[in-house]
Every structure is written in C-alpha cells, then in structure tokens.
Design a protein around this ligand. Structure first.
Ligand code: B16
Ligand code: MG
Length: 223
C-alpha cells in the first residue's frame, strides 16, 4: 500500500456515528427493541458489527442471527419502525453530545484551509448535524441517501471526495468502525481510526479519541 504524503492532504472526510457523536447507543437501543420482537437477544458485541453498516444491511445481519426470513416489504416496514424509535432518541440530542475534540478538530482543519465533508452511512446525518449545530463547519455532506453500497464499500468516500473536487489520495478519513476503515483504505485514502487498536489496526494511525488530537500538515506519522 502506498502511504499518503501528508503534505498532500487537501480534504478531510468525517464519519458521523462514533467520530462526531455517539449515536451508536441509540441505534443499539432501537435495534435491540426490534430484535426482541423476534426473540433475538442483541448484545453490545453484536452491535459492533452494525457500526458503519447501512440500515437495511444491519437488519439483515440481525434477522440472520435468528434465522428469520422475510419479504423485502416486511423488512422495509421493520426498518421504518426501528428508525422511528431511533429518531425519538436523536431528536433530543444537543451540541453537548459532540464527542470530545471533534468540533475543535473541524475548526482547526478549516483554519488550515482543508476542505471538509461528512462521509456517513446514515440517512439521518443532516438532521443530526443540524441538531448538533455544526452543519456550517462542512463544505459537503455525503450520507446514506446517496449510496447504493454500504461500508466497507468505498462508495461513500468517493462521493465525498467528488463533492469536494479532491482526488482520493489527497483525502484523510476519520473513522471509528472496522467497516469504515476498510472503506477508506479501499478508496486509497489515508485513514485515522478513532477507538481501539484491536479493531482498527488496519488504519494508518489509531487514536483512542479526538481529544487533544492535533492535525498539522506534514505531521501525521504512519503507525
Ligand atoms: P441510519 P456512520 C452509520 O453511521 C451507523 O454507524 C450505523 O450503525 C447505521 O446503521 C448507519 O449509519 C445507517 O444509519 O439508519 O440513520 O440511516 O457511522 O456511517 O456515520
Ligand atoms: Mg461510525
């Protein structure tokens, strides 16, 4: 793999859930409630497999756990039901839920002339950014309404790079999910994993959180 020359970073792409805000806990509560209707016990460990994965793909993973087979129409109804429960939680979030260091990094990157896009699988991403009051920090938004393939497919990151009119090799991606790290690497982008080294070791650099993370051109060192 060719490592990115950091002096070439012109754009940053941020995942949403797990990087900017912990909506995973709300996805988990809503999926757990739905899974219970099929006597499936969804654990925190199972939930890890759903991070960065689209709504319908997440539902397929859960139904497969219980060997449940349903029609497309039935699955769409269930996905809508889960989303209603998820949005009941999300509609109550406020800027205080922005994860430590995320807003500071967005602002520092802007100050250095780096263009910024969201790269989230969520169809609710715009609503979440609005509730967090940070929409204005993004030059572009690539979200789950624009993709045909879920992470680990690189589609979402290619869309984000296109929106920023920046080549993939000039982009750095901030991701918390294994599927997201794989997507960023498949896109040929530099990837900073946020979270545990064990699950994100494929990223070029892994940090536990964005708190006190400093991005300076030429400063990121490969792990
Ligand atoms: P929605 P990200 C992802 O967000 C979540 O990690 C994943 O758990 C969720 O299923 C997916 O968005 C779709 O979300 O149901 O709101 O469209 O990490 O890519 O920002
Ligand atoms: Mg995520």
């Amino acid at each position: 793999m060719t490592l990115l020359s950091h002096s070439l970073v012109k754009a940053a792409i941020f995942d949403l859930d797990g990087v900017i805000v912990d909506t995973a806990k709300y996805h988990y509560l809503a999926w757990k409630r739905l899974a219970q209707e099929f006597s499936i016990n969804l654990t925190h460990e199972d939930n890890e497999k759903l991070k960065g994965v689209s709504r319908m793909d997440s539902l397929d993973i859960i139904l497969a756990m219980g060997n449940v087979s349903l029609s497309q129409q039935e699955k769409e109804k269930l996905a809508d039901k889960k989303n209603t429960w998820f949005m009941d939680y999300v509609n109550q979030i406020s800027p205080s839920e922005i994860l430590p260091g995320a807003k500071e990094l967005l602002m520092a990157l802007r100050d250095q002339g780096i263009k910024i896009s969201l790269g989230s699988s969520s169809k609710n991403a715009k609503t979440v950014l609005r509730l967090l009051n940070i929409e204005h920090l993004f030059d572009a938004i690539a979200d789950g309404t624009m993709i045909t393939k879920s992470k680990p497919d690189p589609e979402i990151f290619f869309i984000a790079a296109n929106l920023l009119q920046t080549k993939p090799e000039h982009c750095v991606v901030f991701e918390d999910a294994e599927a997201g790290v794989e997507a960023a690497l498949a896109a040929g982008m530099f990837c900073v994993g946020i979270g545990s080294y064990t699950s994100l070791h494929k990223a070029h650099q892994v940090v536990p959180t964005l708190e006190n993370f400093e991005f300076k051109l030429n400063a990121i060192q490969p792990a």
